[in-house]
Design a protein around this ligand. Structure first.
Ligand code: AMP
Ligand code: ZN
Ligand code: FE
Ligand code: FE
Length: 282
């Protein structure tokens, strides 16, 4: 079984449409793929339709933008009821604020001399939840930086960088509460991704576990071997599930589908705990 529980489509900042993502997951030989766009479920319908007639199992999910003690962090949420009113309203508030913030970041880039425009960023984002990778792609198009990754420097869009603007984000404890109330399961995404900026303390992870968070994503390309060891130990101490996943973004990031995977027992535990939705399968 090859199980990849963290991917992005053009419903947020990936470059594959949801249908293309499903096709690529089949081609990559995955048995299970989770669609976890940032703060949105708008890719579900297309992904579900594309899955029909394949042997692939599709897990519906989202990656919720959170912030605690001033530190941004991401919470993966799986198999929650996509129509739960409270969670839907909070996602909507975060998504709406992404527009204000992306326009403000575009303006900052312009003030810093980058010849990009809000129209261009909106075109790149299409109907997807707009984020820094779209602004980064505009900077690449304009020849300001050589790659999306290079745009995530302190010169431009890195956390606290010159053109970074903060957005509304969930309190992660509230995210855990809302997702649980909607029948879903929560996994802290790349908790040790230090290249993205400050990471939260082990105490916060312990507090989230006590608040009902289900797991931590340990096997992720942003974690070195030492970080994985430490997080695996912490998960063991706290009784948390351990996942691994690619965090695929299409061609906006180099990582391939299935580059990291989750053990079948862990996947089974996630499905068993979820009451908000079932995986979509043949
Ligand atoms: P946003 O939600 O708009 O703040 O954008 C977050 C997204 O930007 C993440 O999901 C990654 O895809 C990307 N990202 C964040 N930090 C980096 C980094 N250091 N290098 C490359 N991409 C990054
Ligand atoms: Zn992303
Ligand atoms: Fe993330
Ligand atoms: Fe992600």
């Amino acid at each position: 079984m090859r199980i990849d529980l963290h991917t992005h489509s053009s419903a947020s900042d990936g470059t594959d449409s949801p249908a293309e993502l499903v096709g690529h997951a089949v081609a990559a030989g995955l048995d299970v793929v989770a669609l976890t766009d940032h703060d949105t479920v708008s890719g579900y319908a297309e992904a579900v339709a594309a899955r029909a007639g394949t042997a692939l199992t599709l897990v519906t999910g989202a990656e919720l933008s959170c912030q605690v003690e001033g530190i941004s962090m991401h919470m993966l949420a799986y198999l929650f009821d996509p129509e739960d009113p409270e969670l839907t309203r909070e996602r909507e508030l975060v998504r709406t604020d992404r527009f204000r913030r992306a326009e403000a970041m575009t303006e900052r880039c312009r003030e810093l001399g980058a010849p990009i425009s809000w129209e261009q960023v909106r075109r790149i984002a299409g109907s997807g939840a707009v984020g820094r990778p779209h602004v980064a792609s505009a900077l690449v198009e304009a020849g300001v930086v050589p790659s999306v990754d290079a745009a995530f420097s302190s010169e431009w869009l890195a956390n606290g960088g010159r053109a970074d603007v903060r957005k509304r984000e969930f309190d992660p404890f509230e995210a855990v509460r809302l997702v649980r109330a909607a029948g879903g399961v929560t996994v802290f995404a790349h908790p040790g991704a230090v290249k993205r900026g400050r990471t939260v303390s082990e105490q916060v992870i312990a507090d989230l576990a006590a608040a009902g968070m289900d797991g931590v994503e340990v096997d992720h390309l942003d974690h070195d071997a030492e970080t994985r060891e430490r997080l695996r130990g912490l998960a063991g101490d706290l009784g948390l599930l351990v996942t691994g996943s690619s965090d695929y973004h299409g061609h906006r990031k180099a990582v391939r589908l299935g580059a990291e995977t989750t053990a079948p027992e862990v996947y089974d535990a996630i499905v068993a705990r979820a009451t908000g939705a079932k995986p979509v399968t043949a």
